[in-house]
Ligand binder design. Structure first.
Ligand code: GLN
Length: 476
């Protein structure tokens, strides 16, 4: 069984028709992981035993006439900031190297109920801070398309796992682009749902008002499949909403053909590589040939998005990371003379450079005297940015833009220049600030040797339309 020939949908159909067993499917993915993980460093933990057992249970259930739900027997890889009961969850940090989760994240609980098989935990930038996966305390991840390049971040492992067919589906988290940007770099689909569509319970928090869990897959159809399995209200996350997504809506082709997509002036700017800009033009042509119309729109406050994000996100991160102090979580000083020794010793040894930078930035913008000048202003700017989208969506159904200004860059190219690294998320950050759904879809309409994606953004709670438009493109 070759995992390159499989998809979540095919696995589902095969299990239903008894063409193969869940055990065979899981074995094939575990073998693919064993073949490539040494080189790529995608998985931090592989669940050889528990995945095999879970698959066997699925087979027994199917043999006994049990229902094959959409996610039954489908393997999933999980970013290492999402908790699975009894398994390690490091969030890519030395701080949590020895931490074992004591409960299942909301998304994991939902997937377990449906009989999904968890393959293991994927590498990531420490506490999801980064755009290249080079901030992981457990080594970098290589892009499966070019081993000298980054897979993107912070969900670099989850993107690379799907790209290298080590998993048909994976889960990532997106606070400022961490699903879409690595999807674009690795040539896979990455979807950030509407804020509140998916539970954040059991997600190790980076910036709680922006974080959202979402799927990676090789096709929009598969991403929609996993999204259906994880979305909806969870009593353990009060920002999650009653919401049910039906992948059947992907088939409403006529509806999507009749849609109008907006092209925001502010996203076609110098600094975007020509190959990326040209790719967007080709995507426009494809959509036009399907009947979709295009219209220019303006999102005038886009220029403030990056700076707004780099105030709000570190502010929330500094507050969320305060618990890693050697007393509540993490411990690097066993015999400190004072509480202060424990705090300083633990934080100095446990956090990497980027985490320290964000904690310092965040603490600064929240400190008295600077709170009004920075944090309060950023919250206001966030509202203007959101308002821009609300206005634009009065005249268009979706917005098309590049996912990132460049294809995957070289390992080491930006590690010493945080500003360059931050610019990698210039096109993805606005959707997080506005809480809207956004997807990155690989496009083959370019002569680039590296994968290039495009981004579709939609109005809040119109996740189905964004997925539908994406599927329309892929099915053509
Ligand atoms: N690269 C961005 C950052 O470092 C986004 C991270 C994310 O979405 N988790 O903040």
């Amino acid at each position: 069984m070759d995992t390159r020939d499989l998809s979540a949908k095919k696995i589902h159909e095969g299990l239903k028709e008894k063409a193969f067993s869940a055990t065979e499917v899981t074995r094939a993915y575990l073998d693919q992981i064993a073949r490539h993980n040494g080189e790529l460093n995608v998985f931090l933990d592989v669940y050889e035993e528990s995945a095999t057992e879970a698959a066997q249970k699925v087979d027994e259930k199917i043999a006994a006439g049990g229902e094959v739900q959409p996610m039954t027997g489908v393997p999933v890889a999980t970013k290492d900031n999402i908790l699975i009961d009894g398994e390690k969850a490091t969030a890519g940090s030395k701080m949590l190297e020895n931490y074992t989760a004591t409960y299942d994240a909301g998304v994991v609980k939902k997937l377990k109920q449906q009989g999904a098989v968890f393959l293991g935990k994927t590498n990531m930038d420490e506490f999801a801070m980064g755009s290249s996966n080079e901030n992981s305390a457990f080594g970098l991840v290589r892009n499966p398309h070019d081993l000298t390049r980054v897979p993107g971040g912070s969900s670099g492992g989850s993107a690379a796992a799907v790209a290298a067919h080590m998993a048909p589906l994976s889960l990532g988290s997106d606070t400022g682009g961490s699903i879409r940007q690595p999807a674009h770099f690795c040539g896979v689909v990455g979807f950030k749902p509407t804020y509140g569509a998916v539970s954040r319970s059991g997600l190790i928090a980076l910036a709680s008002s922006l974080d959202q869990i979402g799927p990676f897959a090789n096709t929009v159809e598969d991403a929609a499949w996993l999204f259906a399995g994880i979305s909806g209200r969870d009593p353990y996350d009060n920002t999650s909403r009653e919401y049910s997504y039906d992948p059947q809506t992907l088939q409403d082709m006529e509806k999507y053909r009749g849609m109008t997509i907006g092209l925001p002036d502010e996203y076609f700017i110098p600094g975007t590589e020509e190959v990326v800009a040209k790719n967007i033009q080709a995507v426009i042509k494809s959509y036009e040939s399907l009947g979709v119309q295009f219209k220019r729109v303006s999102l005038p406050h886009t220029k403030y998005a990056l700076s707004t994000y780099y105030i709000i996100q570190p502010a929330e991160a500094s507050s969320n990371l305060a618990r890693f102090d050697g007393v509540r979580y993490g411990r690097f000083v066993e015999d400190g003379q004072s509480l202060r020794d424990i705090y300083v010793g633990t934080k100095s040894a446990g956090f990497g450079a980027e985490a320290k930078r964000r904690i310092l930035l965040g603490t600064f913008v929240l400190s008295s005297g600077y709170y009004d000048a920075y944090y309060k202003k950023a919250v206001e700017a966030k509202e203007y940015i959101t308002e821009d989208f609300t206005k634009a969506f009065q005249t268009v159904d979706a917005i098309l833009a590049p996912t990132a200004p460049t294809p995957a860059f070289k390992l080491g190219e930006k590690v010493d220049d945080p500003m360059q690294m931050y610019l990698s998320d210039i096109f993805t950050i606005p959707a997080n600030l506005a809480g809207i759904p956004a997807i990155s879809i690989p496009s083959r309409e370019n002569d680039s040797l590296l994968p290039i994606g495009f981004q579709l953004m939609g109005p809040k709670w119109k996740d189905a339309d964004i997925l539908g438009l994406g599927h329309l493109y892929q099915s053509a």
